[in-house]
Design a binder for this molecule. Structure first.
Ligand code: SD4
Length: 337
């Protein structure tokens, strides 16, 4: 699965979207990518436990998570280990090492994690540390806090034995330098492809955990933080009900507290699929919503092991590993016009 062709304009994608002072461009899906997507839809079936789902096409990450779960590991260990696979994958230019930088050339990571007790940890604007999700876990487990930012987060990570390294790979530096030529401020949000990884798992005990990790919008303003490390927006877990994780334009997710909303809708009796659809409708039905120009996608799971996913635009997908099947499932979507 290749991440490339940034600013390749097409019907959906040839847009510049005003978001505050920013412009968000979108990326077209290649025919190769389209072939890898199962024609199926999201499901409402009860499957056996354990199970893991993740945003986008991240088969290696779900494989790792399932290894942990099958060995009797906790959902918390599974989502951390699964996310680490993508953080270490330099080819993924939206997560961890190799992530695309901000407009000034700095790679800054956002991540969070949440366990079955409702404990959570988060890091924002983290530089020079690949495994942001593991730093978030340390924040959760080793401090009385939920969130650490910037230099403080980095120093905390170093104190916990994480190693500093340059996250800007040659490929990402080259992409940034090419972007700079035009001097257009167009942070890229990927409308249909592997991007931020959000992962939810239920272990053999039926306990739920989730995690989310990203380098955020490419070429963002320095200091910009998205939804991914914000508990309730990018991720929410309630072990009694279920869990949800988001991807896409974080500002829109934050404004609607999306993941918390999905879990609360499940609490009220909606299926994961219905809840994801309702959360997307809250975004697209806002007066003057310019949803045609950005993507948001949710995946969710409930306590019964039912799953759902929904996005504004086509080509969002979920990877699901359950009952021995590890597959990419094309998400249903709102904008069919
Ligand atoms: C952000 N939600 O920083 C992330 C980016 C993302 O798919 O998920 N892109 O806003």
């Amino acid at each position: 699965m290749k991440r490339r062709n940034f600013i390749k304009n097409a019907s959906l994608t040839g847009v510049g979207l005003a978001v505050g002072n920013t412009l968000i461009g979108c990326v077209e899906k290649t025919s190769e990518d389209k072939k890898t997507v199962a024609a199926a839809t999201t499901d409402g079936s009860n499957g056996s436990l354990p199970l893991v789902i993740a945003t986008w096409h991240v088969i290696d990450a779900t494989t790792k998570a399932m290894e942990v779960l099958e060995a009797g590991g906790t959902a918390l260990d599974a989502v951390e280990q699964g996310c680490r696979v993508e953080e270490a994958n330099e080819k993924g230019q939206s997560v961890g090492k190799g992530g695309l930088p901000d407009r000034d050339g700095n790679v800054t990571l956002d991540a969070c994690i949440m366990d079955k007790h409702g404990n959570c940890g988060s890091v924002v604007y983290l530089k020079d540390i690949t495994h942001a999700v593991s730093v978030a876990r340390k924040v959760m487990e080793d401090t009385p806090h939920v969130m650490l930012a910037g230099e403080g987060a980095k120093q905390f990570a170093l104190s916990k034995g994480f190693e500093a390294e340059d996250l800007l790979t040659d490929a990402s530096k080259k992409a940034w330098e090419e972007w700079k030529v035009k001097s257009e401020y167009k942070p890229i949000i990927n409308i249909e492809n592997h991007d931020t990884i959000g992962m939810l798992a239920i272990d053999k005990n039926g306990d739920i955990s989730g995690a989310c990790t990203t380098s955020g919008l490419a070429y963002k303003l320095g200091g910009r933080v998205g939804d991914s490390p914000i508990i309730g927006s990018g991720l929410f877990v309630d072990n009694e009900i279920g869990a949800c994780v988001a991807t896409g334009l974080g500002e829109e997710v934050v404004k609607t507290v999306g993941s918390f909303l999905v879990v609360e809708l499940m609490r009220q009796g909606k299926s994961p699929q219905e809840a994801c659809e309702e959360a997307i409708s809250r975004i697209v039905n806002k007066p003057n919503s310019n949803y045609k120009n950005f993507q948001v996608g949710y995946i969710a799971v409930n306590k019964k092991g039912e799953t759902g996913s929904y996005s504004i635009h086509q080509w969002f997908s979920m990877t699901k590993f359950q009952d021995g099947v590890n597959e990419q499932i094309q998400s249903d979507y709102f904008n069919k016009a």
